[in-house]
Design a protein around this ligand. Structure first.
Ligand code: NAD
Length: 257
């Protein structure tokens, strides 16, 4: 059991990476708080965890709201007595997100509110709880697009994820002596709803696959395994890292035929 006696809060826990992480963390002994703006999805996943013999509760929250973030952390402590792992994973990729000329200000603001301010607010209310627990691990989901530019622009999304990396680095330094580790997970393109909705034709998917040395999309389960390492004490000397799990994209100049 790699997360025995730990309490983990996972935002965006109703789907994709968050759902797989909730199931995996619970199977490794953690009590899990599944948070999602889609309350029904959060409840479903918490139910799946319990059906598998794990401990879980659900909480409906929009991570762009300070009140909601304060509430989700309080819910975690009230339900399980403490908080040790904060996985700020909720994120959106809006289809109208484009280049600077074509992206509406509202799309920019919405993307920043969820993807970047959501991580800030999770930390704002989560860090005092981790302090009360004597330390812990924060994982912020960024993306490989924070490290590489693309010719198919999603300017707001890319900028929000770059912000997540910068914020992660600084938090890691500020809280290092408090036994709070802060790392960013940088997934490559995944076969989850978020990306498949954006790449909505076979041609768009193939255009993306060309750049992945492994020649396939990643799976949410593979991200959960990486997050588990960052959440557990096995990564006790890892902080401020950009943990890239991308099928080799960021290492590639030319990919195999
Ligand atoms: P997903 O769409 O399957 O899951 C995201 C979950 O977040 C959904 O359940 C959704 O309801 C929830 N959510 C959305 N807005 C929210 C809000 N304001 N408050 C609370 N919850 C909210 O997507 P996923 O692929 O599992 O994405 C998880 C994270 O991984 C995101 O931060 C995403 O940007 C990042 N990411 C995804 C990919 C990919 O290819 N799928 C690649 C790199 C990074």
């Amino acid at each position: 059991m790699r997360l025995r006696d730990k309490v983990a809060l996972i935002t965006g826990g109703g789907s994709g990476i968050g759902r797989e992480s909730a199931l995996l963390f619970a199977s490794e002994g953690a009590a899990v708080v599944v948070v999602d703006i889609d309350g029904a999805a959060a409840a479903r996943v918490a139910g799946e965890v319990r059906d598998a013999g794990g401990r879980a509760t659900d909480f409906a929250a929009d991570v762009a709201s300070a009140t909601a973030c304060e509430g989700m952390v309080r819910h975690a402590e009230e339900s399980f007595g403490a908080l040790h792992i904060l996985f700020n994973n909720a994120g959106i990729m809006l289809s109208a997100d484009d280049d600077a000329v074509n992206t509406d200000e509202a799309i920019w603001d919405k993307t920043m509110a969820v993807n970047l301010k959501g991580v800030f607010l999770g930390c704002k209310y989560g860090i005092p709880a981790l302090r009360r627990a004597g330390g812990g691990s924060i994982i912020n989901t960024a993306s490989f697009v924070a490290l590489l530019g693309a010719a198919t622009p999603q300017l707001a999304y890319t900028a929000s994820k770059g912000g997540v990396l910068a914020l992660t680095r600084e938090l890691a330094i500020v809280h290092a002596r408090e036994k709070i580790r802060v790392n960013a997970l940088c997934p490559g393109p995944l076969r989850t709803e978020l990306l498949m909705k954006f790449l909505d034709t076979e041609a768009k998917r193939q255009r993306r696959l060309v750049h992945i040395p492994m020649g396939r999309f990643g799976e949410a389960k593979e991200m959960a395994q990486a997050a588990l390492y960052l959440a557990s004490d096995e990564s006790s000397f890892v902080t401020g890292a950009e943990f890239v799990v991308d099928g080799g994209i960021t290492a590639a100049y030319v990919t195999p035929e």
